[in-house]
Design a protein around this ligand. Structure first.
Ligand SMILES: O=C[C@H](O)COP(=O)(O)O
Length: 318
């Protein structure tokens, strides 16, 4: 993770000047989607980079210690050893960036990783994920509990009611409290952009989250009707760029929700490279929140390495 973002005072003047030009955002997003993807010979390296930036996630009502254990084992070895060996990558220690679970499953994940001698971070969603509609004290307790159980990254959700009613300073104060409750754990702030209505609200919410000391801003919970989209990402990464120009602090970006294909992962990496530059193309400043993306990345890597598409899962283990 990057150096902690110390945040700034709430700056109403900065916030009230914001007007996002919707047409310009849509045009830029379209342009990015139309860009050529990396050449075939580079795609495997890009896909492995994408794998290393994944917060491998399970956020389901039927999560158990067993499926969390399997998730952790997959995160430690995201791509099959024999494929990595064929690429001379077997000794590079490739893992995903973290695992991401509900607060009640943090202890299970910590136990599984410890038993496997892995120091992969455990991220916990918190603050009444996904809706954030529980009392503030309950949300704060949830953060403290996840930290106590061993989470070193906390993915909080913002209170959308405050955003939609323009109570930005109250939202800022809430996030500052979450930040304090996180202690040494890094904080990612989920904006749930599908609920925020306008690009201007998304820019303002991004800025408030960063002023309040978020180390990452994250698009979505994966549970809204619309999750990570490229136009929303343009608005958020431009807020990250503006915040960096103003304060000198690099805040990370995490698109999450509905990202399922290797092709999409390549577009996300391209977007970050174009908008924020190579500095952001590392797990300490870029994460992909996803529960099923890794399977397609592995499938594509298999195809690139062996020249075969079909029946990946039927191949004998090396
Ligand atoms: O934070 C991560 C998301 O909840 C994952 O969403 P997904 O299941 O659509 O990949």
């Amino acid at each position: 993770m990057s150096a902690r973002n110390p945040g700034t005072d709430f700056d109403l003047e900065w916030l009230s000047k914001v007007r996002v030009n919707t047409q310009a955002v849509l045009k830029r997003a379209q342009h990015i989607q139309g860009l050529k993807l990396p050449k075939k010979q580079w795609q495997t390296a890009w896909l492995l980079k994408a794998a290393s930036c994944i917060d491998l996630t399970t956020l389901a009502g039927d999560d158990t210690p067993s499926n969390v254990h399997r998730l952790c084992m997959k995160a430690i070895q995201p791509v099959r050893y024999d494929l990595l060996r064929r690429m001379d990558m077997h000794d590079k220690g490739l893992t995903t960036a973290a695992v991401c679970v509900y607060p009640s499953r943090v202890a299970d994940a910590v136990r599984s990783l410890k038993a496997a001698n892995s120091c992969l971070p455990v991220a916990s969603v918190a603050t009444g994920f996904p809706a954030g509609q529980t009392p503030l004290e309950t949300r704060l307790q949830e953060v403290r509990m996840a930290v106590r159980d061993g989470a070193t990254e906390i993915d909080i959700v913002i209170n959308r009611t405050l955003a939609l009613t323009g109570q930005w300073e109250v939202m800022y104060r809430e996030i500052v409290q979450f930040r304090e409750a996180c202690g040494d754990a890094h904080m990612k702030t989920i904006l749930a952009t599908g609920d925020l209505g306008t690009f201007t609200n998304i820019y303002k919410a991004s800025m408030v989250a960063m002023m309040a000391g978020s180390d990452f801003i994250k698009t979505s919970t994966g549970k809204e009707a619309v999750n990570a989209t490229y136009p929303v990402a343009i608005v958020m990464v431009r807020a990250i760029r503006d915040y960096f120009l103003r304060t000198g602090h690099k805040v990370g970006f995490k698109p999450a929700g509905g990202i399922r294909t290797a092709q999409e992962a390549l577009v996300w990496l391209t977007l970050i490279k174009e908008e924020l530059g190579n500095d952001w193309l590392h797990p300490h400043l870029f994460r992909l929140g996803a529960s099923s993306l890794l399977a397609d990345i592995e499938r594509q890597v298999y195809h690139h390495v062996t020249g075969q598409y079909a029946a990946y899962h039927e191949q004998p283990m090396a």
